[in-house]
Design a protein around this ligand. Structure first.
Ligand SMILES: [Ca+2]
Ligand SMILES: [Ca+2]
Length: 92
């Protein structure tokens, strides 16, 4: 699989095949781009030691899942596809 990363001042996006995860300073979201019954989520670590997952809860409908965060700055994240695997970690 090909993993690409693009960053800007405000957000970073990881693409893993057609699946994606995006993170801003304190929030992340996921995009399921494959109609394969495998869910997609952003796997996130934060400065306060937090660790959480943000799912694209409605699957491959062409829309991003909701932004979510715990209020702490995101230090690294990756995109994961359920039952398949995850991208490399991207540090913010
Ligand atoms: Ca999928
Ligand atoms: Ca979706």
């Amino acid at each position: 699989m090909v993993v690409t990363v693009s960053t800007s001042a405000s957000a970073a996006t990881i693409s893993h095949g057609s699946d994606k995860a995006e993170a801003s300073d304190t929030q992340a979201r996921a995009y399921d781009g494959e109609y394969d019954n495998n869910g997609v989520y952003a796997d996130v670590y934060t400065l306060n030691g937090g660790h959480y997952s943000v799912w694209d809860g409605n699957g491959a409908d062409g829309n991003w899942g909701p932004w979510s965060g715990n209020g702490s700055r995101i230090t690294k994240f990756r995109v994961c596809e359920d039952r398949v695997g995850c991208s490399a970690w991207v540090n913010l």
